[in-house]
Design a protein around this ligand. Structure first.
Ligand code: ADE
Length: 230
């Protein structure tokens, strides 16, 4: 899989992809992540990528031309399944969207900034708009990193324990059950006996029951909806 991220603040995306699981996924050749600075695509003398909004008002708007030039250059090299715009008014990111995106080959993610992008970008160049939550960030970069992370960790071979992404919260419409590690007792606080028993089917039953209980207590909305993530 290949993910191209277009941004006017490329340094913001340096660290999320240069550590741990996301770095390993790239080193293993499972995913290629390229960050594209929008500025060189500006055709004006100051290399700016934003301008005042027609009609006035506070806040700058990202211009269509550098974005179009950057996307066109990428599209001249390969076909893209999705061109995603990160925006607080997009569809809310869920595990099922991450699952869906993990099956794509090539995606572009455009990070918004300032007051957003010229609406013609959204009308003509974007195939999908995603929000990571009902709050406003200063830009789409952190949101793009969240989307990329949620997708990349699902790619076969990225997680060392192949089954571990499947047992994540939300994958089966339930949040994950409690987990424990050594020591079995700390300060008199004990790990549930059943987890030390070695009885695998009983342990699975305990985990399932506790996932249901925890979902009822913390995220009853997941149980109510037929599509557990909506
Ligand atoms: N850009 C600013 N806020 C955002 C959000 N909540 N989700 C995605 N992109 C954003």
């Amino acid at each position: 899989m290949r993910i191209d991220i277009i941004t006017c603040l490329p340094r913001l995306l340096d660290s999320p992809f240069s550590d741990s699981i996301l770095k390993r996924a790239q080193l293993k050749g499972i995913v290629e992540v390229e960050i594209h600075d929008l500025r060189p695509y500006s055709t004006n003398k100051h290399k700016t990528t934003d301008d005042y909004a027609f009609g006035g008002g506070a806040g700058m708007v990202m211009m269509i031309e550098p974005i179009d030039l950057c996307i066109s250059k990428l599209k001249s090299k390969r076909t893209y399944d999705e061109v995603i715009y990160m925006s607080p008014d997009g569809e809310l990111l869920t595990q099922s969207i991450a699952n869906e995106l993990s099956l794509k080959h090539n995606i572009i993610i455009l990070c918004g900034h300032y007051k957003g992008v010229d609406e013609r970008v959204r009308e003509h160049l974007i195939t999908r708009e995603i929000s990571i939550g009902n709050y406003v960030l200063s830009g789409g970069e952190l949101a793009a990193a969240v989307v990329a992370d949620s997708v990349i960790r699902l790619l076969p071979g990225v997680l060392s324990d192949e089954t571990s992404a499947l047992s994540d919260s939300f994958q089966d419409g339930l949040v994950a059950p409690p987990v424990y590690t050594r020591p079995a007792e700390y300060n008199g606080w004990k790990v549930p006996e059943i987890l030390l028993s070695g009885h695998q089917s009983k342990i699975e039953e305990w985990r399932h029951n506790n996932a249901v209980k925890r979902t009822e207590e913390r995220r009853p909305d997941l149980l109510k909806s037929s599509n557990s993530e909506d």
